[in-house]
Design a protein. Sequence first.
Length: 338
Amino acid sequence: MKDRPADIDATALAAALGAWGIEPAVLTHAPVGFGDHHWIAADADGRRTFVTVADLAHKPHCGRDATEAWTGLSRAMDTAAILETALDEPVLVAPLRTGDGETLLRLTDRYAVSVFPYMEAPTGHFGQTLDPGARGKLVERLAQLHTTRAPLTTPPHDPSLPGRAAIGAALADPRSLRADAGPYAQRCQALLTANSASMGPMLERFDSATAQLMSDASTATTVVTHGEPHPGNVLDPGGRTLLVDWDTVALAPPERDLWLATAAPQDLSRYAELTGHHPDPELLAYYELRWALDDMAAALDTFGTRHPDTADTRQTWEGLVDAVTALVEKGRSTEREG
């Protein structure tokens, strides 16, 4: 996140790092990523670590509330740490363990801390189009991940969308978003009012596909998936190509990753060559649709309550516009195909 949270005490955060044997001389807020808050801790000798503070109140993919999210996020971090030792070569940047072997510690009832090695390498960014060589390396990394035995800690993937009900309610009555909630509330009302009818077919398609996927759960191919393998979660794309940001790791169909990491038929062919699994076009389309709806739900969660005008809310608004645009275009495409 770009905005520095006012309710996270830097002194308390620095003290918490003692569990990892870290005594930071300097703790610098890092305005990067989206969803979690980050700092760079440097000790007296200049050694650096990357510190992540997760907001458990806004981790619906990890759990319905802060208590459930703590459990889900703990399992995710443990899974990443186990995977790092199980893979034959570096594929990911995993959380470091405390002296007691933990990958996640509570900072407050709402926030939890994890610590990662600081890597001197460039990162990609969300929306970036990787060149064929870099995509090929990412496909290879995913093939390595997907063919690794799932740790027992791996969270199960729930295809149903936590914010699905909120999306339906907002489309049915855009005025349910209080106009006085903040600077983006009225914009949301206008955006949803103008596009609600066009998005209806995509919601129906999503609900139908989700029901089918859940009914096929016992026979479907499932692997350890990252969940968000876009360039923004790749360190040194095309070089070492290390996957970062593991809170979305889950046991799921491989298409959950592949729709986001592939852009040409040869990418999918290469994956099939490496794994023996031929990606299902319908599942690829399903997870692309689910992504747009998930972005929409996250934005509605932000704009449905009190919110300011900041770099983060501006980014959230842009994401909502992109998601609605994608859903409308897909709905029109579905109508033409029908």
